[in-house]
Design a protein around this ligand. Structure first.
Ligand code: ADP
Length: 400
């Protein structure tokens, strides 16, 4: 064993330096005592290293190791007392010849470590005990304090981990219930809506050229707008639980921007707002993105800009390339957004009071943020009340 080797080497070296045979004998005896102490400490370390060992087994193990480290093992008894528990050597007995040390945990006295000689022995340093034994009992008690401290911390961590696992499980279940409910809800809402859309389309065709055609058109517009809202809500819920997936591939942003701008021209005209697209870069740089999802972001931002732009003004869409990404800006010259409302702009369900009249759900920007961030990009807004707003989002050229 390592300790014995150390002991033997020390014994050899020190004994050779001593002059008289008695002194040598004394030295050898002392060194054997030190080796016994080292063995005890080593044994405690081995116990502590045992994975998953309970505090009770560990403390009993420590008590069992103690007698062998004292000068008269055959008459040594030991006891650890911790509040309502105690750990004893085999056939433990109390006696008047006792050494004792306090066990301190987190600065508080939690118990004692006691060593007894069961019969009277010659007087040494502390009753029949050696000075080294005083140091040893002190060292062991100190070690016990640390062991109890770390075991308690470990147990607390274990409890916390268990609680966290339980919480995670119930959260997962709740999420699954929410997903199932949403799926069911979307299905329930979309089934009649789809037939409403189909009917209004049919009605449009049947009433072509008559006064009713326009009315059929309104029904179609409202039904398809409601349909889009339901899809958005579904997307936001999927996005929040990490179920919104992208189909990214290299795509030409300039082509998409032009097509979305064309798509929104009719609405712009209706709002008496001109729409302007600025593509200041040369060539056909591609971004790595899901074209349908980016279209959704653009439509949301441009429609908002058109909705809130002042009549007779412009909405400007600009793409600004940098080294790793393209930033798209959608700018309007409308009434702007107050500072206190800017922070909540991308949160679900947010509606600026005056916008309630627009009938939106306040989820368009939440969905934009989800989509842009899924692409590894960022979205933000700048606004000046009375002057207008700019919404910026970035799209990286490459996947992360
Ligand atoms: P919704 O889906 O109801 O349109 P959004 O999430 O797109 O909701 O927008 C949330 C709110 O942010 C809007 O109701 C509106 O009050 C405000 N908002 C968004 N874009 C603009 C803009 N360009 N100018 C002024 N207000 C805006």
């Amino acid at each position: 064993m390592v300790d014995e080797k150390v002991g033997v080497t020390l014994a050899g070296r020190q004994a050779s330096q001593s002059s008289t045979p008695e002194a040598r004998l004394r030295l050898a005896h002392d060194l054997v005592e030190r080796v016994k102490e080292l063995n005890c400490l080593y044994g405690i370390s081995r116990l502590v290293e045992q994975e998953g060992i309970s505090l009770n087994i560990l403390l009993q193990g420590v008590v069992n190791l103690i007698p062998a480290a004292w000068q008269y093992p055959e008459v040594t008894a030991a006891r650890i007392r911790l509040r309502n528990r105690q750990f004893l050597t085999a056939s433990f007995q109390e006696s008047p010849w006792k050494q004792q040390e306090t066990i301190v945990v987190d600065g508080r006295k939690v118990g004692t470590l006691e060593v007894f000689y069961l019969i009277d022995k010659p007087f040494e340093y502390e009753g029949p005990f050696l000075k080294e034994e005083r140091d040893l009992i002190h060292g062991i008690a100190e070690r016990l304090g640390h062991i109890i401290e770390s075991k308690r911390a470990g147990a607390a961590l274990h409890r916390l981990y268990g609680r966290e696992r339980k919480l995670r499980k119930s959260l997962q279940l709740e999420m699954q219930n929410r997903v199932d409910f949403t799926r069911q809800l979307v299905h329930e809402l979309k089934t009649p809506l789809t037939s409403l859309m189909a009917t209004s389309q049919l009605l449009s065709e049947e009433t072509k050229g008559t006064r009713l055609e326009k009315i059929a058109g309104y029904v179609w517009d409202s039904a398809s707008s409601l349909n889009a809202r339901i899809d958005e809500l579904h997307d936001v819920i999927r996005g929040e639980i990490g179920n919104l997936k992208l189909e990214r591939r290299p795509m030409r942003l300039d082509i998409l921007l032009s097509s979305v701008v064309e798509e929104t021209r009719a609405f712009a005209k209706q709002r008496d707002v001109s729409i302007q697209l600025e593509l200041p870069w040369e060539g056909q740089r591609e971004v790595f993105a899901d074209v349908d999802r980016v279209r959704q972001v653009l439509l949301n931002l441009i429609n908002n800009a058109l909705k809130y732009a002042a009549a007779g003004k412009r909405v400007v869409i600009t793409a600004i390339p940098s080294d790793s990404a393209v930033t798209v800006e959608v700018r309007d010259f409308g009434h702007g957004i107050p500072e206190r409302e800017m922070r909540r702009l991308f949160k679900p369900g947010y509606l600026v009071s005056r916008a309630k009249s627009t009938g939106g759900l306040g989820i368009g920007l939440t969905l934009c943020k989800l989509i842009v961030e899924l692409h590894g990009g960022e979205i933000r807004a700048e606004s000046n009340v009375g002057k207008g707003s700019s919404f910026f989002f970035t799209l990286p050229y490459q996947a992360d």
